[in-house]
Design a protein around this ligand. Structure first.
Ligand SMILES: [Fe+2]
Ligand SMILES: [Fe+2]
Length: 482
């Protein structure tokens, strides 16, 4: 077995970090644990805490067979601390320390910056669980209910991952940050989560699928950039989190695919040729494509704000220090210093969006966002393929990156989803054509009726192509408590 893949699964906290040999850390984590369970029960999934859910639990870090599937009650889930195997002789791949051995501890000069990165990442993990806590009541199937809970317990585990780093490497400060991560709440006016998109509501399952497609994918990009870190424990932590994250995006991607598929089938069966004939499509009890487009516009624009300002000295400093790299830094063919390089940045100048070269170090947020948008395009292309195959002349699009922004160069810019620049009054007048309206919300809510019969699905979503863990179509993924 390669070094670092052995997981101790016997204690309270499954781990492959040798927790038994580190009593101080073990004590800190065991002290934090009851507060976590309180948080889970009070702010995690509402209801279903006594149901048996068919979940995967990480029990190893081998790419093959790292998870075990079985029925567990969610509060009994074995949240553990798992790091991807160490890379023998790993060296720093970028920035001022490029070529030096990766750090096994935090250099004093970077403590504050690194702590901040961990806290911001850590804060998003429980936030999404809080945002999704009421969705169990309206799940379109037991399959989807199970997937929701799988995502939720793994976001919980990602919180553990960041808390481990804080408690192990940041002493008292880290323990206080770990407490604060349980204190803030999504949408709480007094103690909100740190980033805007994580204080928004996730009111329905269409929002959930778009959140896991768009917002979990931002998480993936951030984790991928942190996986390049010179701080080796952070790199290993993020590399393992990424294996779990893939499933979250799968849930979102296939969720939207199944919605689109169902809508196409229903329109075809009813002889509807115009997918924008919203009244007729809605009369079928499925989600019309223009509504899906407006919900996409909302989730995409909220998520773009998570990348921060296009030009950022914080991002430049984190890169030069070796704390956070670029997406796939190790696959990029350049000097990995970026001192003289430039990068094309989309700017908003005198009412016009224009590309201007900027110092590449300052433009790292922009670059990560570009990589993110390119990935999103792939997903949308898959959905459009299904629409075209069904013979409909309709395309879902990613809105212009300047649309509906609150952060960065385009904050408040009156740009339409198609990139047209409007005046503010015209933008406001068309708001309900761009973003979900109250009527859209009410219609979607009217569809959200739970289906809890094994193998059956709500009428607005197609069944998945395959079961989880190769289970048959009528598998009972969640056994309700009596
Ligand atoms: Fe996560
Ligand atoms: Fe996730």
């Amino acid at each position: 077995m390669p070094a670092g893949t052995q997981v101790d699964y016997d204690g309270l906290i499954p781990n492959n970090i040798g927790l038994n040999a580190d009593p101080a850390l073990r004590r800190a984590l065991e002290t934090w644990h009851p507060g976590y369970i309180d948080w889970w029960k009070g702010s995690g999934p509402a209801g279903f805490q006594d149901s048996l859910v068919y979940l995967r639990t990480a029990i190893g870090v081998d790419p093959e067979g790292w998870a075990r599937f079985g029925f567990v009650k969610m509060p009994d889930y074995r949240w553990g601390i798992l790091l991807a195997p160490a890379v023998e002789g790993r060296r720093i791949g970028f920035g001022a320390h490029k070529g030096e051995p990766a750090w096994q501890d935090v250099p004093g000069e970077y403590r504050a910056a690194l702590r901040r990165l961990l806290v911001i990442q850590g804060d998003t993990e429980p936030a999404s669980v809080e945002q999704q806590r009421h969705l169990g009541a309206t799940a379109p199937s037991l399959y989807d209910l199970r997937n929701l809970f799988q995502v939720n317990v793994e976001e919980g585990r990602h919180l553990w991952a960041m808390v481990y780093l804080l408690q192990k490497y940041f002493g008292r400060d880290g323990r206080e940050e770990a407490e604060d991560l349980l204190r803030r709440r999504s949408g709480d006016p007094d103690a909100p989560r740190m980033l805007g998109a994580f204080n928004e509501a996730t009111p329905d399952w269409l929002s959930f699928f778009l959140f896991t497609f768009f917002t979990d994918r931002d998480g993936k990009m951030q984790l991928a950039a942190l996986a390049q870190s010179a701080f080796d424990p952070l790199s290993r932590t993020c590399r393992f989190m990424l294996t779990e994250e893939a499933h979250h995006m799968f849930v979102g991607d296939t969720g939207i695919q199944r919605i689109v598929q169902r809508t196409l089938e229903a329109m075809r069966a009813a002889g509807i040729d115009d997918p924008t004939d919203t009244d007729r499509v809605r009369a079928l009890g499925v989600i019309d494509l223009p509504t899906l487009q407006r919900k996409m516009n909302l989730h995409f624009s909220l998520t773009l704000d998570l990348f921060g300002n296009e030009l950022s000295s914080n991002a430049a400093n984190a890169y030069t220090a070796g704390l956070k790299g670029r997406y796939r830094e190790d696959k990029i063919d350049d000097d990995h210093l970026l001192r003289d390089a430039t990068y094309p940045v989309l700017r908003w100048r005198d009412g016009v969006a224009a590309i201007e070269p900027a110092p590449a170090l300052s433009a790292l947020n922009m670059r990560l966002r570009d990589d993110y948008v390119a990935e999103c395009e792939h997903g949308v292309a898959r959905w459009n393929k299904a629409i075209a195959a069904a013979g409909y002349d309709f395309r879902l699009i990613l809105p212009h990156v300047g649309f509906n922004r609150r952060i960065g160069a385009f904050a408040g810019a009156p740009i339409a989803p198609d990139g047209a620049v409007l005046d503010t009054a015209a933008w406001q007048a068309r708001r309900d054509a761009f973003l979900p309206s109250a009527a859209d919300g009410a219609y979607i809510e009217s569809l959200m009726r739970p289906v809890a019969v094994p193998g059956q699905y709500a009428p607005w979503i197609a069944p998945p192509r395959a079961g989880i863990d190769n289970k048959p179509g009528d598998f009972e993924y969640v056994r309700m408590a009596e």
